[in-house]
Design a binder for this molecule. Sequence first.
Ligand SMILES: [Zn+2]
Length: 346
Amino acid sequence: MVKALAKVTWEKGLRILLGGQKIGIDVRDVRDEDFLLISHAHADHIPKSCKGFVVCSNATKHLINISARRKLRENLSYVFSRGLEICMFPSGHIFGSASFLIKYGDFSLLYTGDFCDKRRFFMDPIDVDEILKYADGRIDQLVMESTYGDPYFTFPDFETTVNWCKDWIEDNLGKGYSTILIGNKIGKSQILTKLAEEFENVILSPEVERINNIYATKFNLQRFPTINEVCSVGKLKVPFILICPPTSKRWMRIFSRKYKVKKAIFSGFAVDKSFKILQDVDEAFPISDHPDFHSLVNFVSKVNPELTILVHGSSKRLASHLNEMGFNATFFEDGQRGLNEFLEST
Ligand SMILES: [Zn+2]
């Protein structure tokens, strides 16, 4: 029997034709797809409109409705349609993020979406063994994100970086400096909220608080007041710790003028020493919601697909490394995501 093959293209997101059915994954514009798959709630993965059959987790639906102000009511978590099977597995990137396993006859394709293979406080890592078990041990095509697909991106261990950050905060507070922790509003800010739990006078930007409330439906996350709550009643105690996204520029400006403040940003790009200068902060910590280069290579080695297709970031660099290792890897150039777009959209 001839194995079914998926036609996979990248046009503002991944488009797959399999068994006569059209699947759009993390597409920006919806065309005539039979199924629209949304891996997670970061802005650069959400279509401009959500129509037809949407496949995503309940958490992703809630986060999209809150953060992108959509009215997504219905979502599927599993599809079986004319021989096509689509199922979701937690990808470990943010709350509700999913990898999709798509099967048709003998053929199987795994789309990782943004993922993370390391435990970070309450976030469980992706479970590749579980996915492989469901795929009967074999994936034909792997479509994997390669945000940090360059050997340059080698991250220190999460706990070590967390301790480094706590020492840095402690040192700032001891010298009377307030501290601003900057991370994207969905995912990183909740990790930072957990990190800051042992300190006093923690405050949140309103957008971080809204997302924290959704996380608190599943995870044990301490509640902290928002900037508005403390400032409106004159209860801001100094030194404080503020958790906010990079877009909270106005608050950062106001606080930096008024108080002694140190700022830190959290991203995998922090392994580059020039990153903190470019971002105009005092410190940059390499805490990421993505795998580093070595984790990406390990993931491909474990899945051992017939074809690996890379999207985002250093896709070309990683494809050539994987091909040298004997894998069959290619990449979508259109899938490149610039640093600014990456930082601002998340
Ligand atoms: Zn993401």
